[in-house]
Ligand binder design. Structure first.
Ligand code: A3P
Length: 297
């Protein structure tokens, strides 16, 4: 109840990475030294790769009680974003705010792997990373930049050019960030997921995530979790479709839905054949030798 609409800060650079609002330098600077607990779960992903979807699944799987109640709590409260300022009124950078949060903590991050809290990279806590094919990411990212007032946005072409420029890409260059996480896919504290796999088999991935978290929910409980994680359930829920949430009052441009289409291959409606080819060419070059494949449709 104590969530109030907030204003967001500027774009800034930290250690060569360009950060967009709502990330905040005061929080980002504290991420590396953040003290990790054994039962922490970090949910990471490049923007627009299914972060909110995985957060919803993990949050519900981590709930012992009434799922229908938890389902109504805003996702950014259930899974606070480490690189931001706390929005519940403490005024603290999230790494400080989370010091007093009860275990188990679920924590969102958009950091490249090498900028995660040092202790997670040493094996403490768990990391769940979700990736999505880059063409859908480019389009979804533009739609969000266009849809939220607090995010700077150019035209589709301008945002596209920024995305493919390592100096300008927000939250790191996709072709640096994704292969770096992939190199750690077999770390004992890492679970690596793909958006396209979740689309094909949501229930199977819910079970996979539960196993990784050391949980053994009943079939009925899994069905219940799945029912709150479908596209339509998450779109119709103000707690997950954050463009409808109070916090973003005045920040949402008319008609924008954060839980927007949720499709594999929606890029076809926005990318020109030339842009699609540019992405194919970069992808081929940068992913040579990386045995990570994607479905683009
Ligand atoms: P689109 O813009 O392509 O629709 P993130 O949370 O990382 O910002 O990712 C947002 C993307 O995930 C959006 O993609 C959104 O629609 C999609 N998404 C969120 N919940 C989903 C769900 N339950 N099923 C399918 N897609 C979902």
């Amino acid at each position: 109840d104590n969530i109030t609409p907030v204003t967001f800060g500027p774009v800034f650079h930290f250690k060569g990475v360009r950060f967009f609002p709502t990330a905040d330098r005061r929080a980002v600077e504290l991420v590396e030294s953040f003290e990790v607990r054994d039962d922490d779960v970090f949910l990471s992903g490049y923007p627009k790769s299914g972060n909110t979807w995985v957060q919803q699944i993990v949050s519900l799987l981590s709930t012992e009680g009434d799922l229908s109640e938890v389902n109504k709590i805003p996702i950014f409260v259930r899974v606070p974003w480490l690189g931001t300022m706390d929005k519940s009124g403490s005024g603290k950078p999230m790494p400080k705010f989370l010091k007093d949060a009860p275990s188990p903590r679920l924590i969102k991050t958009h950091m490249p792997y090498h900028m995660l809290p040092r202790q997670t990279r040493e094996g403490k806590g768990k990391i769940i990373h979700c990736v999505r094919n880059v063409k859908d990411v480019v389009v979804s990212w533009h739609k969000m930049r266009e849809g939220f007032e607090y995010l700077p946005s150019g035209t589709f072409d301008e945002n596209f050019q920024e995305f493919i420029n390592p100096e300008q890409a927000a939250f790191g260059f996709w072709w640096d960030v994704v292969p770096e996480y992939w190199r750690h896919k077999d770390d004992t504290n890492m679970l690596f997921l793909k958006f396209e796999d979740l689309k094909r088999d949501l229930r199977g991935n819910v079970v996979k995530i539960a196993n990784f978290l050391g949980k053994t929910p009943s079939d009925q409980r899994i069905d219940e979790v799945v029912s709150y994680c479908t596209f339509s359930a998450m779109r119709d829920n103000d707690a997950t479709n954050i463009s409808r949430n109070e916090l973003f009052k005045g920040q949402r441009k008319e008609g924008f839905e954060f839980v927007r289409k949720g499709k594999v291959g929606d890029w076809k409606n926005s990318l020109s054949p030339e842009q699609s080819k540019i992405l194919d060419d970069i992808h081929r070059e940068k992913m040579a030798g990386v045995d990570l494949t994607f479905e683009f449709e």
